[in-house]
Design a protein around this ligand. Sequence first.
Ligand code: SF4
Length: 575
Amino acid sequence: MSSKLIAKARKLLSEERRIEPDHWQPFPSNRGGELSIALAYPHRYYTAMSNLGFQTVYRLFNEQPRTVCQRVFLPDPADLEEYLRTETPLFSLESQRPVRSFDVLAFSISYENDYPHLLRMMELARIPIARKDRTEADPLVVAGGSTVLMNPEPLADFVDLFVIGEAEVIMAPLTEALGNGKEAGKSKAAILSELTEMEGIYIPQFYSTAYGPDGTIESFTPRGGAPPRMKRVWLKDLNGLMTISSVVTPKTELSSMFLIELSRGCFRRCRFCAGSYTYFPHRVRDGPLLKEEALKRLGSAEKVGLVGAAISDYPDLISLGREFLHSQKPISFSSLRVDSLTPELADLIYDSGQKTITLAPEAGSERMRRVINKGFSEKQIIQAAEILTDRGIRSFRLYFMIGLPGEETGDIKEIVEMTKKIRHHIREKSRGKRGAEKILLSLNSFVPKPGTPFQWHPFEDIRSLNEKIKTIKKGLGRERGVAVAADLPKWSYLQTLLSRGDRRVGRLLLAAHRLAGNWPQAYRSVDLNPDFYVYRERTYAEILPWDFIDHGIGKEFLWSEYQRAFQEGSSPRRP
Ligand code: SF4
């Protein structure tokens, strides 16, 4: 074990402040059948500890009786070298014990492009990557999180058990079943077999997939009592459980920020948005209760981060925000809906000291906003920018997608035109006031997500996306104070592959892992065409790899929404 790595882990721990009382016992206190869980985030500490989902699962695991949970992260690049040089096995942060000595290795996953890190971490932990190669001596590998909720299949060869749904609901029955199984000395195979009927648990070894001559799925068959379709589990009443930071640390991208979830899901139903469809229905926490709980636990956190799919729709936002400001805690707002931006909200943002505001028009033309069911007009976008400018905010981040279904050259030009108009209005409103206006245009390639109306749609050709980025950059090249940042379409291509793939995509993932992340070579080395998953439009009749997950919204409804998009029809909001 590297003493340098151990010292670094201890230093990180010493800089953390725990919000919740410690329910967990230091490892190893592995007595009386206590279940030990290494909770892994497939990215660095810096990113992971800014993720409220990961923090929540950490707290929930440690709140379960007879359960002890410690965290593990993807090492920083320099630490990785040290791990390899000293042949140190991947260890947990809290007590620096090898991950392989835990009963369970549980991954919390939020981004498809982190999948390769999952394999890397298992290798560093000296746990066989393929589930078929693991023995009773290895931990049970579990995975959950937003990407798993959409489609776990690309990871099916590596994970023993998936959690399909929201952790709050499944945590108690799952840890109880695993703890009882361990106490009774049952084998992993026996424990898994007993878990097949538990709601929200998907065990891939109990399903087999057959493919037709055209490569599409012909059948997806359960066995051993596993259900053919699986209802995702979800928390009906958010008020029973506060989702707040459990650890505050300066060593994250959100540095010493206390995170608090206001709502889950979104009633707006933008057709590309997985957050709206897979976290259906929209739920909000009670304002006064949230206020009381948060103020009790904030402690020395330097600022408050409000979390939710569309926080400007939260009914108690102003009074809650004012309460935090009153307690000398600045608030941080994520992206805001332009049509819910009021002068009162703009005042709150300004008073909280936030200098840059993100607005998400998503598309430049009215037509494209109808296609995606965005539901607001150019006039409302400009009005929102004006309200914010009036209140003293001069710096904007505008978020647009390119490659949306039905997008034409004219729609791309309208992104340029709209940005110019926004800049013009900001400039007019700022005349005679201090501070130069700034606009950062953030361009993101549209990735069709499982469980949404656009799940059948192909990803746009990478060359075409690069051309569109060039057109926008050129169109805004002479605009003072405007900068354009674009994601790399090749990474969005990969995200589409990992998001919409079936089990066979695991072979590509394994090849890329063995080739140290060289995806072009991985594509060439495996007899599987990635374009089949990325560029192909699916038909309604096709069995999709994630069809077995029931999110509570019928496939017929999603299909009708997909068709309505091409008629540029809007859809009513649903609660
Ligand atoms: S407003 Fe649209 S994009 Fe934003 S969270 Fe709601 S459904 Fe998703």
